[in-house]
Design a protein around this ligand. Structure first.
Ligand SMILES: Nc1ncnc2c1ncn2[C@@H]1O[C@H](COP(=O)(O)OP(=O)(O)OP(=O)(O)O)[C@@H](O)[C@H]1O
Length: 299
């Protein structure tokens, strides 16, 4: 059940929000969808769900269209959160589950399980408006997964949650993957994607600038971070050709280099200057890759 996008374009008038996007989202994996604000992530999700028509291109899942007749196989946590504020949590979740073809008794059982898991069983009979924003988000996440979808699309699932709830949700996402769900999620937080995803895509102005498996992307990118700890002043390393960025740290420095071979040069320059306690050539973080490819730093 691979989700495939082939040369998908979406225009709003003369503005191109998604530009010739081809993607393959493997099944039973967690796929990270990254991009700066306005890059086109939500627009892509809406096209996949059939909520928006693409201007050009093909979207297929399981070899066919993603239509309303498949909505019981798909779970969606939209970016614009929204539950019925006056309804009680259980009433609301049962209603949404029934829309996706679940029987009430099974829905009730699953709701109890999820509320327990998210440590909010006491909210079952509370009105949604009485819950904090983060707890409402947990309820909305439950509504997206209650019917055990095969494909789960999560638009910034971790935004607005405290660290304990982020961990709780991450664990739930990992367990759903283990159970065979294919998951796509968008995020602005590189470390979440780095931790959870096997594959990812970085969108920039509607086009993919990086796409593939995380470990292969890192390998292609090369090791471009050098960390040095020494008992002498390291500022001179900043002027070695090929060193892009010099960042002093309390006990040493961090350098960004153009290519791996510059590390050898740095190593040689350090010889005879004093005691070097640490010299590490490190893989780039996803944040480094994002900044290089998209040219903007953000949270
Ligand atoms: N209905 C619409 N009409 C006109 N322009 C739109 C519409 N929907 C989205 N856009 C534009 O398309 C671009 C992509 O928006 P989209 O919401 O997909 O970005 P995003 O990557 O999800 O951003 P964010 O991280 O801020 O949520 C933006 O410039 C947005 O203003």
């Amino acid at each position: 059940m691979t989700l495939r996008l082939e040369k998908v374009t979406k225009k709003f008038g003369s503005f191109t929000a998604v530009d010739d996007l081809s993607l393959e989202i493997p099944e039973k994996q967690i796929f990270g969808f990254l991009g700066a604000n306005g890059a086109g992530k939500t627009t892509t999700f809406r096209m996949v769900l059939g909520l928006l028509d693409q201007t050009k291109g093909e979207i297929s899942w399981n070899g066919g269209d993603v239509g309303y007749d498949q909505s019981h196989l798909i779970g969606y946590l939209p970016e614009e959160r929204g539950l019925y504020p006056k309804l009680k949590v259980q009433e609301q979740l049962v209603y949404l589950a029934k829309l996706r073809g679940m029987k009430k008794a099974e829905a009730v059982q699953q709701i109890e399980r999820w509320l327990e898991r998210f440590k909010v069983p006491e909210y079952k009979n509370k009105k949604v408006e009485e819950l904090s924003k983060g707890n409402q988000q947990k309820i909305q996440f439950i509504s997206a997964v209650l019917h055990k979808p095969k494909l789960l699309i999560l638009d910034e699932p971790f935004s607005g949650l405290d660290p304990v709830n982020v961990e709780m949700l991450k664990k739930a996402v990992i367990d759903l993957k283990e159970a065979g769900t294919s998951i796509v999620f968008s995020s602005h937080r590189m470390e979440h994607v780095e931790e959870l995803c096997e594959s990812l895509c970085i969108l920039h102005h509607g086009s993919p600038v990086v796409h593939g498996k995380l470990n292969e992307i890192k390998k292609t990118f090369g090791k471009k971070n050098v960390r040095v700890m020494a008992d002498f002043d390291l500022a001179f390393l900043g002027s070695i050709p090929g060193v892009r960025k010099y960042k002093p740290l309390g006990d040493g420095c961090e350098l960004q280099i153009e290519s791996e071979d510059i590390a050898q040069r740095i190593f040689e320059e350090l010889q005879g200057k004093g005691f070097v306690r640490k010299f590490d050539l490190e893989e780039p973080t996803l944040n480094d890759i994002f900044i290089e490819k998209v040219g903007a730093s953000y949270e």
